[in-house]
Structure formats: C-alpha cells, structure tokens
Design a protein around this ligand. Structure first.
Ligand code: GDP
Ligand code: MG
Length: 482
C-alpha cells in the first residue's frame, strides 16, 4: 500500500492500514486484496451529485471544480455518469460495461467527440489537476425521471445495481448531494432511499436560488426567500438529509470559473440608471431572441444582453449593476458570496466530508468481512476483522455501520435516533442530548440512565440489526461512565 508521506495518519486510517498490512501478511493472494482495498483507503471519499434532469447538477459540479468541464448542453454527454478525480495530466477514459477502458478526446476539459455508444459506457473517468477536488471526488449523474427512461436506467445501473456488483469499480459513493428546486418529489426521495445513504451523508441543495419565489424582479429577494424555504425543508426532511443549503448555481459557475470580464462588468454597470420598469422590459424582451427589444435603456445590444443573461441571469443583472461599478473583481467577489458556494464547500469539507470518511471506513470493513466469509483462510481474516472492530479508534465507524443497518430495518426506532446523535456529536454532553453546560456528574448520570434504557430495550428487540446495535450502545455508554 502506498501510504502518502506527510502529516501523521488519523487514527481511523492508521487502524485500517494496520489491518491491511496484517491481511497482506497472511498470503500472497491476500496481499493483492489488501492492495485493492488500500486503493479505497488512500483515495478521497466520493460524493455523488443526484437530482432531476436540469436541476443544475452539472452547473454545480463546474462551480465546485472551478472550470466548465461538466457538460450542461450536449445531451449525449449529460446522459452519462462522470467521475471527476484530482490527477494530472488531465485525461478522460470511458469505462465500458465490461470493465475495459478507452481514452476519450478532450480539449481544455470539454469532450470533443464520443465515438462510443452511450449505452456501452458505465461511466466516464475524468482526471483533472484541481485542488478543489483533492479532498473528495465528485460524481455527476444524468439524473432521474429524465427525458428518456434510458438515462434513468443508466443512472440506476451505476448507482444502485452497480452498487452490489461493481464495488471494485470504485464507483461506490460515500455521500450524496441531492439537488432539487422547490421541494423534492416522492419519486426522488424514493430513489434516494435506494442509494442507501444516511441523513448524515446526504446534503440537500435547493438549486436555482436566484430565481426562487417571485424571481429577481419580484418584491421579495429570491436568495433570502430561498434561504428561508431551505430551512423549512431541512426540518421536514431531517430523516433524509443533514441540512438543505440554497445555491445559485449559475452565479456560482460564472464566478468560480472566472467567466466575467472587465468588458462584461462595464456593460453591466452601464445599466445602473435604467428605471426598474424599463429594465424588466429589457430582460423580458425575449431573451436570446434577436428579433426584438433593444431597448429600454437603449444602452445595450442584444448580444451583450444575452451574454449578460447567460452569465448572470436576471438576478445577477438586476442586483449586480451597482456592484459592477467597482470593477470585475468586486463583481466576482459579490457573485461568489451570493452563490452560496463558500458555505457549501465548508459543509462538504467539514460535515458531509467527515461522515463520508466514516462511510468509506465502513466500506473497507465490509470488504474485509466479505473476505472473512469467502476466503479459505477465513479464521485468520476473521481475527483481523475482530481486532479492527474492537479498536477504540473505530468506535464511531462501528456505530455508523449500525446506523445504516437500523435505517434499513427500523428508521423510526429510538435506537436509530440514539445512534445518529452519538455519531453526529463528538462531545459526550451533546452525544447524550445534554446541554453544553452539563457537568461530568450530569454526563455520568445520563450515561447510566441510557445504559438502563438499552438493557430494557435488549429484552424485546424487533430486528437483528437492533440486537447488534444495542450491544454496541452498551459498550458506548459503558465507556462514557468511565
Ligand atoms: N438561473 C439559474 N440557472 C441555472 C442554475 N443552475 C443551473 N442553471 C441552468 O439550468 C440549465 C440546466 O443546468 P444543468 O447544470 O445542465 O442541469 P443538470 O441536468 O442537472 O446537470 C443550464 O442552462 C444552467 O445554466 C441556477 O442556479 N440559476
Ligand atoms: Mg448534467
């Protein structure tokens, strides 16, 4: 295993790495397995972007990567799952259904020609030298309930069917970003449940926030309105997503790919004196339609107006005019701030990212357990897995595995709620549902009370998932008592 040199390993990785070394020492064929599993350990967690066609998935992927690499136009390419991974040189391979890989031509990130039928392609593996995807690999999907049912089949094949069959094809994702406008529909939530993520590894994104509610020209600021709506949705969907963030994907893509020029900014600033009604006329006069409406302010050509609309949308034009007086850099800063991406990045990195790491550690334990069932040397492998599962460093990973099993078996059980809180909050007081002011004595008393409760639950469990979870909970509260 090629462990990267550098800062000390985090304890979870160190424990997994020890287990893989122990596995490799058992026999030559197990060394190959250890290397294969090690690839999961040493590559960043994988975050899949899901949602309806035109929800804004590829736009958001472009914004996060900081370059227009994900197609938002060519239908052919949008119908395929794309995996974006940090790496140099920039290159794209088509991974076919039978596992073979074929190079695909690109020019500055964009696919120029795809001479393979989309139905033969499992996914496109794209490598780009980009610091933005160093911490996590992004997976863009065609979306569900799309134009054709074929697209949906392809998404399902990689995300759901492929889940069981192609664990080693490294398409397995560790967390999901789920995009929707207004509110997610029943079929979308159903699809999401099939992906098998937990609320801790699923982030909701309310997309197109710049056009939310009455839009840019309405009485209420759409971003502020979207913020409010996102908070309501987060509360309603708390059993599905960790939170919901509003994102203006278009503003995000434009600002993060550096598409705005000084010339654009001057053209925008020139609109600053146009009266609101005239501006509405100007923007409404059939965008992208060269036949009418130069307009209202008289100060902008159809071409310029269309370019500004493509870059900024109505919201960016209406509200960015005064900012534009300060120049392109000021406009770009404003767009970044309004896009919602800085907060999204921070959630991806510190919240979703940390739970994605837990998920990935669980995947590695799952791989080892599969070997412990199937390999002739199962006794020695079983011992390695047992050592790993009882390692204190992996305690949260083990609890996370129980949470996943309980979400399947009995999502509304109080045991499920308990597991989620223990994983979500590292500090004992919060993990027990106590206020931060709780004293050591309060914590011990609460842990004792929970321990009694768990023992009562254990007398009448409903599922084997619950049986197993309770054993771990008894251990957890026991540790807190000490
Ligand atoms: N105004 C606005 N347009 C957006 C936003 N996100 C995406 N779009 C536009 O919606 C269209 C579809 O977006 P795309 O990212 O291809 O959707 P996908 O099918 O989910 O990948 C594109 O023309 C985008 O420019 C947004 O936040 N605001
Ligand atoms: Mg797309």
């Amino acid at each position: 295993m090629n462990a990267p040199a550098g800062p000390a390993l985090d304890p979870v990785r160190a424990a997994l790495d020890r287990a893989l070394h122990a596995l490799a020492a058992v026999g030559p064929d197990l060394a190959a397995h250890a290397n294969r599993i090690g690839e999961i350990l040493w590559s960043p967690p994988r975050i899949v972007v899901v949602g309806r066609l035109k929800a804004g998935k590829s736009t958001l992927v472009n914004a996060l990567i900081g370059a227009s690499v994900a197609d938002t136009a060519a239908l052919e390419a949008t119908a395929i799952v794309s995996v974006y991974q940090d790496g140099a040189p920039a290159r794209t391979e088509a991974v076919l259904l039978d596992g073979t890989r074929r190079p695909v031509d690109t020019v500055r990130g964009a696919i120029t020609a795809l001479d393979i039928a989309p139905h033969e392609i499992a996914y496109l593996h794209r490598r780009l030298p980009s610091a933005a995807i160093r911490d996590y690999t992004l997976i863009d999907t065609p979306g569900l309930a799309t134009l054709t049912t074929e697209n949906e089949t392809r998404t399902r094949r990689v995300l759901i069917d492929g889940f069981e069959q192609t664990r080693t094809a490294s398409v397995d994702a560790d967390a999901a970003v789920f995009l929707f406008d207004s509110a997610p529909r029943a079929d979308e939530l159903d699809f999401l449940r099939h992906l098998g993520f937990t609320p801790l590894t699923t982030l909701g994104v309310l997309s197109r926030a710049d056009g939310f509610g009455e839009g840019a020209l309405g009485g209420r600021d759409p971003l502020e309105h979207a913020e409010h709506h996102a908070a309501t949705l987060a509360a309603q969907l708390s059993e599905t997503v960790m939170t919901v963030l509003p994102i203006a994907g278009l503003l995000a893509e434009t600002s993060h790919t550096g598409a705005v020029t000084e010339q654009d900014t001057r053209a925008l600033a020139a609109l600053v004196d146009i009266e609101p009604f005239d501006l509405i006329d100007l923007l409404d006069s059939g965008a992208h339609d060269a036949s009418d409406g130069i307009g209202a302010g008289g100060s902008v050509s159809i071409e310029v107006r269309n370019r500004l609309l493509d870059l900024l949308g109505e919201y960016g034009i209406v509200h960015g005019r005064t900012i534009a007086r300060g120049g392109a850099a000021a406009l770009n800063d404003w767009l970044v701030a309004r896009s919602g991406v800085p907060r999204l990045r921070s959630v991806l990195r510190y919240h979703l990212g940390s739970f994605a790491h837990l998920h990935r550690a669980g995947r590695i334990i799952g791989e080892l357990e599969r070997l412990a069932y199937t390999h002739p040397d199962r006794g020695r492998i079983r011992a390695i897995v047992d050592t790993l599962r009882t390692d204190p460093a992996l305690h949260t990973v083990v609890l996370f595995g129980h949470l996943k099993a309980m979400l399947d078996a009995d999502p509304t059980s109080p045991v499920t709620t308990e597991l989620r809180r223990l994983i979500e909050y590292p500090h004992p007081a919060a993990a027990l549902g106590l206020p931060p002011t709780a004293t050591g004595a309060d914590i011990r008393a609460e842990a004792q009370r929970k321990l009694t409760w768990v023992h009562t639950c254990a007398l009448s469990t409903l599922t084997s998932a619950e049986d197993a979870a309770l054993v771990s909970l008894i251990h957890t509260y026991g540790l807190m008592l000490r």
